[in-house]
Design a protein around this ligand. Structure first.
Ligand code: LLP
Length: 386
């Protein structure tokens, strides 16, 4: 998707702001992953629903044969309704409620990724009431850092996620002994927007150490789930829109010693959907400040919170104008100083009514929208329906 290839004429009939999903980019991304999986038949990718749960986007991903990674009962339901088969659904989260666990048991999902001993006991109890056996993997906190924003690292001992290395053997033994639990393997996730493959190599090394130990103890590890986290190039959504899937899967192929019969699971979210999505907004006003020129747009932090929450960079383009560039702060209408999409952004000379595309917004965009200031939630449209 490059500037000029947005269907601007169609946009004119749609209320802004809205999310626009280029399905050509999404399908090409999915095909690239499928190509990698063909080479590694023991690998399975579960799309992380949390990145984007737009039902139309989910349907495309489920139709491409992927599994789903969920973190709430609502996501489990969304996954099943979008056609992901229950036997490819995994469910993580540090605070699963009884209602959510029961729902997942009723759907017979593939596996719960269990994050504490207390949760393990409750799943056993609830499964017993339904006369079922719940398949579980234990989420291990590997104490491996990731070179990413501190709000999105998860695999350090100080984070709330997973079971600590010191406690893990005891919890595995318990899982094996519980009558309504079937222990199938181990789960990890070290963080998100990871671009340095060294972090994944470090994860592989930690997984190898643990699986060797577990092998000596004769624990049956059938599946290893290494979570998600592969980053995308927010700087170049036009010409680097396919993330480094080949390099990523090669890291695991080279560095993770998978035993015969074991399967390796991935939970990719951002890398699947980020680049296909743009937030499309109209310019409301141009305001000349004392030292700044503002382009005030009709999208706000309620529609895309990443810049305000993580100081995240998103490329911003004026897709209506070809006039010479000027520098703008691109801001929204919400009553918060952090409602800024970009400072000192070079845009083609911008006028009221121009369409602005905020790029690489397919992941953690629409799904994190809120109604603060009583604003409406943005809608999402696929390129093929416009
Ligand atoms: N698996 C687990 C257990 C996770 O916690 C996550 C993301 C994923 C998989 C998917 O990670 P991905 O492949 O998308 O990196 N809202 C933040 C990102 C939060 C990520 C939370 N966990 C953002 O906008 O950057």
């Amino acid at each position: 998707m490059i500037k000029g290839t947005f269907p601007i004429e169609r946009f004119k009939d749609i209320d802004t702001p809205f999310y626009y999903y280029d399905t050509k980019v999404l399908r090409e991304t999915l095909d690239t992953i499928r190509e990698e999986l063909r080479r590694n038949p023991e690998y399975e990718v579960h799309y992380a629903i949390k990145a984007n749960a737009n039902p139309k986007v989910l349907r495309i991903i489920s139709a491409a044969g992927f599994g789903a990674d969920c973190v709430s009962g609502g996501e489990v339901r969304a996954a099943i309704e979008a056609g992901f088969p229950a036997h490819k659904v995994v469910y993580a989260g540090v605070g699963k409620s009884d209602r959510e666990i029961n729902l997942a048991l009723d759907y017979n999902i593939h596996c719960f990724n269990v994050e504490s001993e207390a949760e393990l006991l409750i799943i056993n109890e609830l499964a017993e009431k339904k006369d079922k056996v719940a398949r579980i993997a234990l989420r291990i906190n590997p104490n491996v850092g990731a070179h990413t924003h501190s709000n999105i690292t998860t695999g350090l001992a100080e984070n709330k996620f997973g079971i600590n290395l010191e406690q893990i053997e005891e919890v595995i033994e318990q899982a094996i002994a519980l009558p309504h639990i079937e222990f199938v393997g181990i789960h990890f996730h070290i963080g998100s927007q990871i671009l340095d493959m060294i972090d994944f190599v470090a994860l592989c090394n930690r997984v190898n150490e643990l699986t060797e130990l577990f092998e000596r103890r004769k624990y049956p590890i059938l599946s290893i789930n290494v979570g998600g986290g592969l980053g995308v190039d927010y700087g170049h959504p036009n010409h680097k829109y396919i993330p480094a899937f080949h390099e990523y899967f090669e890291v695991f192929r080279k560095h993770l010693n998978l035993r015969p019969g074991q399967t390796l699971h991935f939970e990719l979210g951002r890398s699947i959907v980020a680049q296909c999505g743009s937030l499309i907004t109209r310019v409301l006003y141009i305001k000349e400040g004392t030292c700044k020129r503002f382009a005030i747009v009709d999208a706000g932090m309620t529609d895309l919170i990443r810049p305000a929450l993580y100081q995240a960079y998103h490329r911003i383009e004026n897709i209506s104008s070809y006039e010479p560039e000027l520098t703008y702060d691109v801001v929204g209408p919400v009553c918060e100083s952090s409602d800024v999409f970009g400072k000192s952004v070079d845009l083609n000379t911008t006028h009221r009514g121009d369409f602005i595309a905020i790029r690489s917004a397919g992941a953690y965009g629409e799904i994190m929208a809120s109604q603060y200031n009583c604003r409406e939630l943005p809608k999402g449209y696929l390129s093929e329906e416009l």
